[in-house]
Design a protein around this ligand. Structure first.
Ligand SMILES: *Cc1c(COP(=O)(O)O)cnc(C)c1O
Length: 364
């Protein structure tokens, strides 16, 4: 028997897995409640689901036995209409997660460096590890803004990519265009992850045509409620995009995902109504939490609120909520151990959450 170590690449033998969350069914069973009663506020999914047009079209389509277009021609044309960028500026991925992986496979030799600004989204260190790259952490400041000067001095000969999430997950704050411009001056590839763009309505995408080292990532997972169908896209220089289209798996976007994007973009009034409902509810949840005094939220431009736990322990509150079927996100990492991230739900989800919190921390 050969040893497993001899069969697989050395940097993958002790790779840390991506810390994902348990599926609803598993949590429901643990809590002893029906899965339909679970209130899922732990993954920033859309509490209203996808457009009903998507549901309908997926049932009626008759093209599932045909391979999708490797060049995503129709999707890129539709996204050109949505974003205002020509199709050659647009790459489509199986979620923006796939685009993160593609960008790192495109750029990293083993030992190359990637700058990450924690606390932030966990996919950048994960995919960097898979590619054999090395993460250089440049922590965000006390107000969670990126430390531009520290990033610039961390750049060295081996730095290939800088990841900036804006609005940041889980802290909810934007990075200014001025800061991004200063990072672009390093001439390192700067990837700005705008997964929550539709909630924040701020973007650095207009800088792409004049800055070949800028890539903007977006997704249909959050605003359009398509997390389960996996569609993300990048806005990037046509020269880099041409290489992406040579290296990516040809059939990364399913026919179902193509249909879902087409129908979502044909139902913008509906989806924008849901975005507005989420933004309104985010402000109500913020105010109610402040008044209640158990969790202290910080202002957010995303579809979630990061809250410092004022009374009690974050992990215990997370677990007590879970026993009641309410899922929120806890991170066992530096600077977030006393905090919870709560995705904005429907108004009735806010009400149930507030009631549960007052039961967990009585006498407040
Ligand atoms: C949710 C999220 C993503 C993942 O998007 P997918 O398109 O579902 O892969 C990417 N970046 C950030 C910051 C996110 O919060």
């Amino acid at each position: 028997m050969p040893s497993i170590e001899k069969l697989i690449r050395r940097h993958l033998t002790d790779l840390k897995p991506y810390e994902s969350i348990d599926p609803v069914g598993v949590v429901a069973e643990r809590a002893g409640i029906p899965a339909e009663q679970v209130i899922k506020l732990d993954a920033n999914e859309n509490p209203y689901g996808c457009s009903p047009r998507v549901q309908c079209a997926l049932g009626e389509a008759d093209s599932y036995h045909i391979y999708p277009d490797p060049l995503n021609r129709e999707l890129r044309q539709l996204l050109a209409g949505y974003t205002g960028f020509d199709p050659q500026y647009i790459a489509v991925g199986s979620g923006s997660d796939e685009l993160i992986d593609l960008i790192l496979r495109l750029t990293l030799e083993p030992g190359d460096r990637v700058i990450n600004c924690p606390p932030t989204f966990g996919m950048y260190p994960f995919s960097t590890g898979v590619c054999g790259g090395e993460i250089v952490n440049v922590p965000r400041g006390p107000d969670y803004s990126v430390n531009v000067a520290a990033i610039r001095s961390a750049v060295d000969q081996r730095t290939r990519v800088i990841f900036i999430t804006s609005p940041n997950n889980p802290t909810g704050n934007l990075t200014s265009e001025g800061d991004i411009l200063q990072l672009l001056e390093t001439e390192v590839l700067v990837v700005v992850d705008e997964a929550y763009y539709e909630f924040a309505e701020a973007s650095v995408a207009p800088l792409v045509p004049s800055h070949a080292n800028l890539i903007v990532l977006r997704t249909f997972s959050k605003w359009a409620g398509l997390a389960g169908l996996r569609v993300g896209y990048a806005i990037l220089s046509p020269q880099i995009n041409e290489v992406i289209y040579r290296m990516k798996l040809p059939y990364n976007i399913t026919i179902a995902a193509e249909i879902a994007v087409r129908e979502s973009l044909a139902d913008m009034d509906y989806l924008q109504g849901k975005i507005r409902a989420i933004l309104t509810e985010r402000e109500r949840l913020f105010q109610e939490l402040k008044v209640q005094g158990i969790l202290d939220p910080i202002p957010s431009r995303g579809s979630f609120l990061l809250c410092r736990v004022v009374k009690g322990e974050a992990l215990e509150i997370k677990q007590d909520l879970e026993k009641r079927g309410i899922l929120v996100r806890y991170y066992d990492v530096h600077r977030l151990r006393d905090k919870l991230r709560i995705s904005v739900g429907r108004p009735e989800h806010t009400d149930t959450l507030l009631r549960a919190l007052s039961e967990i921390c009585p006498g407040l």
